[in-house]
Design a protein around this ligand. Structure first.
Ligand SMILES: Nc1ncnc2c1ncn2[C@@H]1O[C@H](COP(=O)(O)OP(=O)(O)OP(=O)(O)O)[C@@H](O)[C@H]1O
Length: 567
C-alpha cells in the first residue's frame, strides 16, 4: 500500500465512491424509470441515433435502456455471491488457526485442493446441477469463490496467529471466538477489504460470464452478461456498439470496487492516523506490596525440547530463586527462547518438551496449566515492543484485559490498577496513553507498558526475552532500571535473556550460559569475567564482549547497553 493511500480520503477512494454512487443510483432508478421503454419494440438492429444512443438489438429493444435496467439485477447477484465467498471464506480461513494442528493440516490441504480446481468450472458444474438461472449462478459463483478467499484469509491469519499478542491472549485463556474477532480480524481488515473488493470485481465478471454462456440469468430477465450474450451476433456482424453499454458498465463497476477497496484499506489502518506524542515522564510512587519469599521459585530438571527427532534443547537443569534475576546468555540459536517458551507453555507447534520436573512453585508446567494459574505464574516481555500489542486495540483495552478476564475486576477498577502500574514504571501521561493505539507510543513506552502489565498481575516470574534489543541505547538503560526496580521493590523473579554480556553482568544475580541447546556453565554474575569463567565457550563469549571491564565483585547500576544485532 503506498503512503498516499493512508489518508482517510484519498482521490482513489473519492473517485471509487463517486462511481459506485452512480452505479447504485442507476440500479435504484433505472428499473423504475425505464422498464417500460426498455421493453418497447422499435426498429431492429438500428445503429446509434438520437432516439437510440447505442442502437437497438435484434428484437428492437433500446440497448442503452436495457443496459441501465440490467444494473440492479447484476449488482444484486454480484453482491450476493461476493457475500457468500467473503463471509464463509473468512470464517474458514480464520477458523483453521483456532483448531488443533492436525485438523488445521487437513483443512488447509482440502482448501488447497479446492483452490487448484478452476473456479469457473466448479461454478459451471454447480449451475448445471442446480439448473440455469440467476439464483443458481449466485450460489455457484459464491461457492466457487470460497476456497480462494479462505486460502487468502488463512495465509493472513497464519501471520497474525504467530504475533505475540495472540500468544498472550492464548496464555490468558481468551476464548477462540474472541481471539478471532478482537485480535485477528481487525488486524486483517486492511488486506481483507482489498481482497473483498477485488473479489467483488472478479465475481461480477464470473456472474456475467455465466449469463453470457447461457447458464446464468434466463429470459425474460436480463443482466449485463445476458445482454452481452444477445449482442454477440452483432459483434460478429461488425456492430460492436451493441456491446458497449453492458461492457462499459461492467468495467466502471469493477473499477469502482477496486478503487474503493484500496481506499478503504488506507482508512481502515489505525496506523494511518498517527500523531506522534511529545510528552515527558511523570514519576509517582508505587502502592503495591511485595509477595512472600521462599527459596526456589522455578525448578527445571532435565528439560529436553525436540523438533521431531532433533533435540533443540538437550536435558538442561536449573532453578530460579525467589527475587533472583537469572540471566541466560548464549549465541543465537542456542535455545534460550525455546527454554523460556517451554516454561510459558507457548512453544510453537511441532516442538515437544519433556522434563523430569518443570515447575513454578507448586504449578507443574509439564501438564497444560489453567490460564489463570499461568497468568499468576508468568508474565512475558518480548524483544520487539512493536509486535507485543495488538495494533487495532487501544492500550487501555489491552492493558486491562488480563485484570478483567482473570482477576474479574470491573473496567473501572482494572483501569485504576493499570494507571497505578503505569505511574510506577514512569510512563508519561498514563490516562492519555490508555486512549492511544500502540503505534502512537514509542518503543520504550511500549516496553514500560509491558512491565506495567506484569506489575498489575504480579506474576511470580517475569520472562524478559531480549527486552531492550529493539530499543534506542538511552531507552535501554531506563528499561533495565525499571526491571531492576520491579525486582527490588516487588521481589519478582526475572529470567533475563540477552546477547549482551555487559548488561547481563550488570543486571543479573546469576547467569546460565547456553551453547547448542545445553547449559555449559552456571555462574554468579559478578564472576562473569575471563579470569573466573570455567568453560572455554563462556571465556570466548567474554572475549568477544568489549564492555566488560567494570570492577569485578561489585554490581554496577545497569548502564546503557552497547547496540548489538540480534541473530
Ligand atoms: N518452531 C521451530 N521449529 C524447529 N526449530 C526451531 C523452532 N524454533 C526454533 N528452532 C530452532 O531451535 C534452536 C534454538 O532456538 P531459540 O530461538 O531458542 O534460540 P535463541 O538462543 O533464543 O536464539 P536467538 O538469540 O537468536 O533468539 C535454533 O536452532 C532454532 O533454529
Amino acid at each position: 500500500m503506498s503512503p498516499h493511500n493512508r489518508s482517510r480520503w484519498n482521490p482513489g477512494l473519492i473517485l471509487g465512491l463517486a462511481l459506485l454512487a452512480l452505479i447504485v443510483a442507476i440500479a435504484a432508478l433505472a428499473p423504475l424509470l425505464f422498464t417500460t421503454p426498455a421493453n418497447a419494440l422499435g426498429p431492429r438492429l438500428a445503429p446509434p441515433s438520437p432516439e437510440h444512443w447505442l442502437g437497438t438489438d435484434a428484437a428492437g429493444h433500446d440497448v442503452l435502456l436495457r443496459s441501465l435496467v440490467a444494473t440492479r439485477l447484476t449488482l444484486l447477484l454480484t453482491a450476493g455471491a461476493t457475500a457468500i465467498a467473503v463471509i464463509t471464506g473468512i470464517i474458514l480461513g480464520t477458523g483453521v488457526w483456532l483448531v488443533r494442528p492436525w485438523a488445521r493440516e487437513i483443512f488447509l490441504r482440502v482448501i488447497d485442493a479446492m483452490v487448484a480446481f478452476p473456479g469457473l468450472l466448479l461454478a459451471l458444474v454447480v449451475a448445471a446441477v442446480l439448473g440455469a438461472g440467476g439464483s443458481s449462478a449466485l450460489i455457484a459463483i459464491g461457492l466457487s469463490g470460497i476456497p480462494y478467499f479462505a486460502r487468502l484469509t488463512a495465509n493472513l491469519a497464519a501471520k497474525i496467529s504467530q504475533q505475540e499478542y495472540v500468544s498472550t491472549a492464548r496464555l490468558l485463556g481468551v476464548s477462540h471466538s474472541r481471539i478471532a474477532t478482537r485480535h485477528m480480524l481487525p488486524n486483517m481488515a486492511e488486506p481483507l477489504l482489498v481482497l473483498a473488493a477485488s473479489t467483488f470485481a472478479a465475481t461480477l465478471t464470473a456472474i456475467s460470464a455465466l449469463s453470457f454462456v447461457g447458464l446464468g440469468v434466463q429470459s425474460p430477465a436480463y443482466d449485463w452478461g445476458k445482454l452481452l450474450n444477445e449482442a454477440l451476433p452483432s459483434l460478429l456482424a461488425n456492430r460492436p456498439y451493441q456491446m458497449a453499454g453492458p461492457a462499459a458498465l461492467i468495467v466502471v463497476t469493477g473499477l469502482a470496487a477496486v478503487l474503493i477497496g484500496d481506499g478503504l484499506a488506507g482508512a481502515a489502518n489505525p496506523r494511518a492516523h498517527h500523531t506522534p506524542s511529545k510528552t515527558r515522564p511523570h514519576p509517582t510512587t508505587p502502592d503495591q506490596t511485595p509477595p512472600p519469599s521462599d527459596e526456589h521459585l522455578a525448578d527445571i530438571r532435565d528439560l529436553w525440547i525436540h523438533s521431531g527427532d532433533t533435540p533443540l534443547v538437550k536435558g538442561i537443569t536449573f532453578t530460579i530463586r525467589h527475587g533472583e534475576i537469572l540471566g541466560i546468555v548464549g549465541e543465537s540459536g542456542s535455545g534460550k527462547t525455546l527454554t523460556a517458551m517451554a516454561l510459558a507453555q507457548l512453544l510453537p507447534d511441532g516442538l515437544t518438551p519433556t522434563a523430569t520436573r518443570m515447575s513454578i512453585s507448586d504449578l507443574d508446567l509439564r501438564r497444560p496449566a489453567p490460564p489463570t494459574a499461568m497468568t499468576d505464574a508468568i508474565s512475558l516481555i518480548y524483544q520487539d515492543p512493536g509486535s507485543t500489542f495488538n495494533p487495532a486495540l487501544r492500550m487501555g483495552t489491552q492493558l486491562t484485559e488480563v485484570l478483567r478476564t482473570h482477576k474479574r475486576l470491573g473496567t473501572r477498577a482494572a483501569t485504576q490498577r493499570v494507571l497505578d502500574a503505569l505511574r510506577t514504571v514512569h510512563m508519561s501521561r498514563p490516562e492519555h496513553r490508555l486512549k492511544q493505539h500502540p503505534h502512537e507510543l514509542s518503543g520504550g513506552m511500549r516496553q514500560r507498558a509491558m512491565i506495567a502489565t506484569a506489575l498489575t498481575v504480579q506474576p511470580r516470574l517475569i520472562i524478559a526475552d531480549e527486552p531492550t534489543t529493539a530499543l534506542d541505547v538511552t531507552v535501554q538503560a531506563e528499561i533495565l532500571r525499571e526491571l531492576k526496580r520491579v525486582n527490588n521493590e516487588y521481589n519478582a523473579s526475572i529470567m533475563f535473556i540477552s546477547h549482551d554480556i555487559g548488561v547481563v553482568r550488570a543486571l543479573c544475580d546469576r547467569v546460565i550460559v547456553m551453547y547448542h541447546g545445553e547449559i555449559v556453565e552456571q555462574i554468579a554474575a559478578r564472576d562473569l569475567t575471563v579470569e573466573s569463567a570455567q568453560h572455554p565457550y563462556t571465556r570466548a563469549l567474554l572475549h568477544a564482549t568489549p564492555d566488560i571491564d567494570g570492577p569485578a565483585g561489585e554490581k554496577p547500576t545497569p548502564q546503557p547497553a552497547q547496540e548489538h544485532t540480534h541473530g
